[in-house]
Design a protein around this ligand. Structure first.
Ligand code: NOJ
Ligand code: CA
Length: 579
């Protein structure tokens, strides 16, 4: 209906600027490169793009450490290039979201440089400074035992002014103090309105639930006694004033009719999620929930796990839990996604990623996973390279040499130093990183079979190594082949749009929650339903689809020719429309 906002049934394509397309041969992707590929993006049939941080930054965390909200990282281009990109998207009828990173800045931001310059500087309290604790023997300790997301204490000692500052992420990412209205106003002006005035359509909002900290900064319970600091998500996520802050931010966003998708980690209770996205609350349009993509992560540290450490029954329970937010029973909204720049590739986690020696299984599983994510309700996000079935880095790549993410390297070095007496520890860490590291989603986009996969010039050294499989797996090989993963995604997005009521807004129901091999679910809308049948294994599975398909039905999408109702081939998927 006309009152439905554009974003509910939309498909949004996420771009990681460093790795999308390099236009000038310096080995780093850039804005002119993105602009040159907009026709390709439009041809996928997406409604909008989300651009990961392109702001000026020392790049300790790939631009999530911003040193100037109103400037662009020079290797990516200029503010004028962003203006060109905005106009070029709009000319094509696409919208554009930027990434809003306002929990923290870079330690090189002018605000932090002032803040750390002295205890009496007017901006001292724009960040979170606390005195040390001292043991009886005089040993200095941080204000509490919180662990930062990337390892080590969340507090960094400042020798100059003899206090600690809080950083929930890297040492180079000090947390802003949202308690001061003066700070919030500065954030709104510089990070938010500066770009809204340029005509962007909204924001993906980084770590949206961490702005309000409990001001007594209590110690976190000891989850892992081998760690010297403890994960404290339950203490600093969803803090006491968070919804007050987001309503305030919401007033500004509404003036520009901007949509927002907030990143909402560590929030397992659906009632808590709804507080962010309930339409009457006027805070966020939707959120990214992590229930699904966090499957198989270690209980304490993400990489303290083994590869493929997940079951289908667990996965389907996570799907059922999160779909409950978008089934019309609430006034909230959410997203469906399997990949982003913080995740490993979905074919590597849930399918077959060996495009070179098992091309058929790889292709079928990429299509099956596409059917899976696109037939769930919520706004659909597709990450660059997902549409061609890009895979994790080969397991034999040297981690110290090829991986660039500080989170991966911190973990690797931590295991090396602290788990020396456990002989298998380093091999397990390597295997876990080969499976789950954030680096896998950050490798250069594979455009064609020329050296460096057409991402950059043949003689350049790309900032991250190009995957060895690029001669087989690239856009050029798929773009005109009707049976390709890319062609399948285009068709899938077209069909999703044409049947949005049931694809994007239908009511999810699992048909057999304990089945560990085949995931058959239904999506109901008025007078029609989808039956989605997905084989998550590399073996043939016996099924009974006839029962679910009573009535007249037609096959909307499939990844095998034959479609017997009593069996699914390896990684087979089908989507039926029943009327
Ligand atoms: C979430 C971002 O997606 C991730 O890449 C980043 O490291 C953290 N937030 C910190 O900004
Ligand atoms: Ca470049």
């Amino acid at each position: 209906s006309s009152s439905t906002p554009w974003w509910k049934t939309a498909a949004i394509y996420q771009i990681y600027p460093a790795s999308f397309k390099d236009s000038n041969g310096d080995g780093i992707g850039d804005l002119p490169g993105i602009i040159g590929k907009l026709d390709y993006i439009q041809s996928l049939g997406v409604d909008a793009i989300w651009l990961c941080p392109m702001y000026d930054s020392p790049q300790h965390d790939m631009g999530y450490d911003i040193s100037d909200y109103e400037a662009v990282y020079a290797p990516y281009g200029t503010v004028a290039d962003v203006e060109t990109l905005i106009a070029a998207c709009h000319e094509r009828g696409m919208r554009i979201l930027l990434d809003l990173v306002i929990n923290h800045t870079s330690d090189q931001h002018a605000w932090f440089k002032e803040s750390r310059s002295s205890k009496t500087n007017p901006k001292r309290n724009w960040y979170i400074w606390r005195p040390a604790r001292y043991d009886a023997d005089g040993t200095r300790r941080p204000p509490n035992n919180w662990r930062s997301t990337f390892g080590g204490s969340a507090w960094e000692w400042d020798e100059e002014t003899q206090e600690y500052y809080l950083h929930l992420f890297a040492v180079q990412q000090p947390d802003l103090n949202w308690e001061l209205s003066e700070t919030r106003v500065a954030i709104y002006e510089s990070a938010v309105e500066f770009w809204l005035r340029k005509g962007i359509d909204g924001f993906r909002v980084d770590t949206v639930n961490m702005y309000s900290k409990p001001l007594d900064f209590p110690d976190a319970p000891v989850i892992d006694p081998t760690l010297d600091c403890q994960p404290a998500y339950s203490l600093y996520c969803n803090g006491p004033r968070i919804h007050e802050f987001l309503r305030e931010l919401g007033h500004i966003l509404q003036r520009y009719n901007a949509m927002t998708v907030g990143e909402l980690p560590h929030t397992p209770r659906m009632a808590d999620v709804l507080d962010y996205v309930s339409a009457k609350q006027k805070q966020l349009s939707m959120v990214f929930q992590f229930d699904l993509v966090d499957i198989g992560f270690g209980a304490g540290l993400r990489y303290d796990t083994s590869p493929r450490n997940w079951t289908l029954s667990d996965l389907r329970a996570r799907v059922a839990r999160t779909q409950a937010l978008v089934d019309g029973s609430t006034d909230g909204w959410s997203t469906t996604f399997l990949e982003n720049h913080d995740q490993a590739r979905s074919v590597s986690r849930f399918g077959c990623d060996d495009a070179v020696t098992h091309p058929e299984l790889w292709e079928r599983s990429a299509k099956m996973l596409a059917m899976f994510v696109a037939s769930l309700s919520g706004t659909l996000f597709v990450y660059q390279g997902q549409e061609i079935g890009m895979a994790n880095a080969p397991a034999d790549w040297d981690i110290e040499e090829e991986y660039k993410d500080l989170d991966s390297l911190n973990y690797y070095n931590y295991v090396k130093e602290h788990r020396r007496d456990d002989p298998g520890a380093l091999a397990r860490a390597k295997a876990a990183l080969a499976h789950l590291a954030r680096d896998h989603g950050r490798m250069p986009m594979q455009w064609d079979a020329t050296p460096n996969a057409g991402f950059t010039t043949a003689s350049a050294k790309p900032w991250m190594r190009v995957h060895d499989n690029y001669p087989t797996l690239n856009v050029k090989r798929q773009v005109h082949r009707p049976a390709s993963v890319l062609a399948f995604w285009r068709e899938l997005l077209r069909v999703r749009r044409a049947n949005a009521a049931v694809f994007a807004e239908g009511v999810f129901a699992d048909t057999d929650a304990s089945n560990e091999a085949v995931f058959v679910f239904e999506k109901r809308a008025v007078q029609q339903k989808l039956v989605v049948a997905l084989n998550f294994t590399a073996d043939r599975q016996v099924v009974d689809l006839a029962a679910s398909l009573g009535g007249t039905y037609k096959t909307l999408l499939k990844n095998y020719e034959e479609e017997p109702l009593d069996a699914l081939q390896p990684y087979e998927g089908r989507i039926y429309l029943v009327q």
